[in-house]
Ligand binder design. Structure first.
Ligand code: SF4
Length: 344
């Protein structure tokens, strides 16, 4: 177990449960996230016996950064975990701040057909600390604050729900990494029960839905999750989510040549999400050697965009970074070595 997997409240409880004072939890949190200690020995204001107690249960080790690939506005970090598995996180530098795309699992079981990352089956969920440390260590490497986080790397975050929620609590806590809830985005392929659960939390975190199709026939072909939670189940659930949270949703829509990029698809999509407080993020596809899909051409992309606009759908086209670095990010990882902006 690792200390970076404990929330502020859990740390307070720890000290109470061993017969000590709650405020030591706050002190320790501050040593971890404000003072950025690397060893328990650096702590000066908590009794040695208490530190010995917690250190015998929780390690303080960081992840091993195996490689860093840098480009102008993007940087990919490869981390090695204790069991020698590897995960990636991607830093994107924007004019509004630094954004990190984190992974939530080793591999992924969702099997989206267009996804390079999903070709490897899930090996395991990431522990909370393994998610927290992706951000903390990138922040330290960079020497600058990370202001935005997207959980859109390898893995389906809602398939690792409990660890995801703890991760959000830690990075959002004012004494933790203090990343504003509105600057955190979780992306799901559409795990309906967890969307409902997420909507019941009073977090102001953004939710993005990987939609990628305007009807069940196409979505069934692209995303196996649709056979479990088809659009006629997913869309009402999302409407309920918007009503309950009063938050705007993002629909991610990768344009695949001849599959989901026709004029009919654009009209169908407009009708599907009509009246919803949502916007569509169109993503031109990155072709890979391993997958058979092709990228829509610019004329098709613009035609699709125009139809949505005409139907009063809020829509953007994801900007290309033009990097030579391959992305960690689930839907977008590509041998073609391009990276698309993951955060609007
Ligand atoms: S797109 Fe996301 S959910 Fe789908 S297989 Fe890839 S990583 Fe998993």
């Amino acid at each position: 177990m690792n200390i970076y997997g404990l929330t502020y409240e859990e740390l307070e409880d720890y000290f109470v449960n061993i017969g000590s004072k709650k405020f030591h939890g706050s002190q320790l949190f501050s040593w971890l996230y404000e003072k950025r200690i690397k060893s328990y020995d650096e702590i000066t204001n908590i009794k040695k016996e208490l530190i010995n107690n917690i250190s015998s249960n929780y390690g303080i080790d960081r992840l091993k950064i195996v490689s860093v690939e840098k480009d102008v506005d993007v940087c990919k970090y490869l981390f090695e975990l204790n069991d020698l598995e590897h995960i990636e996180a991607v830093l994107m530098r924007h004019d509004y701040g630094n954004s990190v795309c984190v992974s939530s699992q080793v591999g992924c079981n969702m099997g989206c057909k267009f996804c390079e990352s999903g070709r490897r089956k899930k090996v395991r969920n990431l522990e909370t600390y393994e998610m927290v440390l992706q951000i903390l260590q990138i922040e330290e490497e960079l020497g600058e604050r990370i202001s935005h986080v997207v959980v859109m790397g390898i893995g389906e975050p809602f398939d690792n729900y409990d660890n995801l929620i703890k991760f959000i609590k830690i990075i959002n806590h004012p004494k933790g990494l203090a990343i504003g809830a509105r600057h955190i985005t979780v992306s799901t392929c559409g795990v309906v029960p967890k969307i409902k659960e997420f909507g019941n939390l009073s977090m102001q975190v953004n939710l993005a839905i990987s939609l990628h199709a305007p009807n069940n026939t196409i979505r069934d072909r692209l995303m196996p999750i649709n056979k479990v939670y088809p659009l006629d189940v997913l869309i009402p659930c999302l409407k309920e989510y918007i009503k309950k949270t009063n938050r705007r949703l993002t629909f991610e829509y990768i344009l695949l040549n001849g599959i989901n990029d026709t004029e009919e698809c654009a009209i169908e999509l407009s009708n599907l999400i009509k009246g919803m407080n949502a916007y569509v993020n169109l993503i031109p596809y990155n072709e890979t050697n391993n997958l058979k899909f092709m990228r829509s051409n610019t004329v098709q992309i613009m035609r699709f965009y125009d139809i949505l606009k005409k139907n009063r759908v809020n829509v953007t086209i994801r900007r290309e970074f033009g990097s030579k670095i391959s992305a960690a990010c689930g839907q977008l990882r590509s041998k073609k070595e391009e990276l698309w902006n993951l955060f609007i």
